[in-house]
Unconditional design. Structure first.
Length: 609
């Protein structure tokens, strides 16, 4: 119901589902991942497509039954709409599979009794023959390009796809013409209308058995692979949430699936749809959120809708989905809202504990940023490179519900290169200091492909072959807002087949949408590769305010590169600029405003908790 989808859930849902122009619809059609779909049910796909020419002939001879017509029309209608949609997960294709199975059965039935059929009773007129020839030519050209060649390349011999050109259509027409001629010669020489031809029957029977056998082997191999490497992403995630979280009320599109096997409550939220308004947190006592990075951009919507809440939400863990990531946030973790410097050593911090429970053994970690001058490749000017040193807090504190004031001894800062001081809270937590891992095979890219590799963390890597792929972004994403804090990113890369000793092999960066450019970057050369035996390459940056971040790898075509994962160590906390360069501001007024806002948020937290 197109009108309902566009008008009822909202404009966002309409844009997500339906292309805004014929050009976008055609682009969606061309970018559909045909191979991925064919590989899952290759025989059903192939036989359904082979049934199409037979169906047109049965329709012209008035032999097609209403059931056949209905299934074929449903197959075409569903498939075409599915191919041009902007949002098309695999599960949306499931309803058309029964129609494809029915078309397969009719095709096999026709083949099994073809030799016993009487001679074709009707002779087509010239206009009908021209129409059939045109339809068969177009059918063969499209079927070969989108189905036959990919299947042949996957299971028999790797061949490249032909280009969709006039020459390709001429070749298709020649093949159809040759088939017509062979059929005509066969009828003239060997057709026996009543008794049939034993050899032809043997050929078609063998073909049916072969296709069924291939289907069985392919699907059994998929099943055995699954059995040997059983991974239940959602189920494992649900089990972990049930073990590590207590009394959680989780919001997000995936929340209802992720809590099926535990006692948690869940609220399904969707942009411009149900339960999605400014008063959501007042209506529902959400303690956590499980937000995805797929086409819905759910995390970005949460940060835009509830910026105050998401700024203090703590990112606990990243779960890899299929082609996207799920981020688990907590809204009931303590956070720092203000500070006052007592002397050169001590800082008085204001900490909010939004729960109704006392949190013990809380430490205040410290991160110092050092800046040093360095030349930027390709530019004459110099830039500052950042280096972070992390100091774990020694003194422990107890946080009561509500507002807390604690005094932290940061240590004397004698080094003038220290330009910033950063405090973060470290305390016993089921997800304490979890490394946020982004698997390489889940990233989109402009070059390369996903490759199975036994030694990889998740059995797959994002791979680029310098002899096959052009330079470009091997991976980029996910576009995720990060609240203020410090990011230390470790890229796990493996280089092989090096063809240079000096030239850059790849470029790593952390890209910010708000800055419209990289906020941290590193170029890797052969000399750095040889020194690094573990294959871990680190870049880091600070985020003074919420920014939408991407992690990117750009290849230079001087080596093969296998990208395994990115591990993110993320410190979320409070910045103190110890070398202020801006004009003095009304500090007292700013502090009062922060305290008032913190008290209001605390009252809201406690009422919901």
């Amino acid at each position: 119901n197109r009108e309902w989808i566009i008008s009822a859930p909202g404009q966002y849902m309409g844009k997500l589902m339906f292309p805004r122009s014929l050009e976008e619809a055609f682009r969606n059609f061309l970018t559909f991942p045909w191979k991925d779909q064919f590989y899952k049910i290759p025989i059903v796909w192939l036989s359904a497509i082979l049934f199409v020419p037979l169906f047109f002939r049965r329709l012209l001879r008035k032999q097609a039954k209403l059931t056949e017509i209905g299934y074929v029309l449903f197959f075409f209608a569903h498939t075409i709409v599915f191919f041009i949609m902007s949002y098309r997960p695999t599960r949306y294709f499931i309803p058309v599979i029964p129609a494809m199975v029915f078309m397969t059965v009719i095709l096999f039935e026709h083949w099994s009794r073809l030799p016993q059929q009487e001679h074709e009773s009707s002779v087509y007129r010239l206009p009908v023959k021209i129409l059939l020839f045109t339809v068969d030519t177009l059918w063969l050209a499209l079927a070969a390009y989108f189905c036959l060649v990919p299947l042949f390349s996957r299971y028999i011999l790797s061949v490249s796809l032909p280009s969709l050109s006039l020459f390709y259509l001429i070749v298709s027409a020649a093949v159809v013409g040759a088939a017509y001629l062979l059929k005509h010669l066969y009828r003239k020489s060997a057709w026996k209308p009543v008794t049939g031809n034993g050899k032809l029957k043997y050929v078609f029977t063998s073909l049916i058995i072969l296709m069924i056998g291939i289907s069985f082997v392919i699907n059994m191999s998929y099943y055995l692979q699954w059995y040997a490497n059983k991974t239940y992403t959602i189920r494992n995630m649900s089990g972990e949430l049930g073990e590590k979280l207590e009394n959680a009320y989780i919001g997000g599109m995936t929340s209802t699936v992720a809590v099926l096997e535990n006692r948690h409550k869940a609220l399904w939220l969707y942009p411009n749809f149900v339960n999605w308004d400014k008063n959501t947190f007042e209506k529902y006592p959400l303690t956590h959120a499980l937000l995805g990075t797929d086409v819905s951009h759910e995390i970005i919507h949460f940060f835009n809708q509830w910026p105050e809440r998401m700024t203090h939400a703590r990112l606990l863990k990243v779960y890899p989905g299929k082609d996207y990531f799920l981020h688990l946030y907590s809204f009931v973790e303590p956070y720092i809202t203000d500070y006052r410097q007592e002397d050169t050593l001590n800082y008085r911090l204001t900490v909010i504990n939004p729960t109704k429970e006392t949190i013990k053994n809380v430490r205040v970690g410290e991160v110092r940023r050092f800046e040093r001058r360095g030349s930027r490749e390709g530019h004459e000017e110099t830039r500052k490179e950042m280096e972070f040193k992390i100091f774990k807090g020694q003194q422990t504190f107890t946080l009561i519900p509500g507002e807390n004031t604690i005094v932290v001894t940061a240590g004397k800062i004698a080094n003038q290169d220290v330009s910033l001081l950063f405090f973060y809270l470290d305390y016993p937590h089921p997800f304490a200091r979890e490394v946020l891992r982004y698997e390489g095979e889940n990233f989109p890219g402009k070059t390369g492909f996903n490759k199975k590799e036994a030694g990889a963390s998740n059995k797959y890597v994002r791979y680029v072959d310098r002899s096959l792929h052009s330079p470009g972004f091997l991976s980029y994403g996910p576009a995720v807002p990060y609240a203020r804090g410090i990011i230390i990113a470790e890229f796990k890369l493996k280089f092989s087949n090096l063809k240079t000793k000096l030239r850059p092999l790849c470029h790593l960066d952390i890209y910010s949408y708000e800055d419209n450019g990289p906020i941290a970057e590193k170029t890797l050369r052969p000399v750095e590769i040889k020194k690094n035996k573990k294959g871990i390459y680190q870049i880091s940056t600070l985020i003074p305010e919420t920014k939408t971040i991407e992690f990117r790898i750009q290849t230079k075509q001087w080596s093969d590169i296998a990208f395994d994962y990115i591990d993110i160590t993320y410190y979320q906390g409070y910045f103190i600029d110890i070398n202020p360069k801006h004009e003095a501001r009304n500090t007292k007024q700013i502090q009062m405003t922060k305290i008032q806002n913190s008290k209001q948020r605390l009252q809201t937290h406690q009422s919901l908790y």
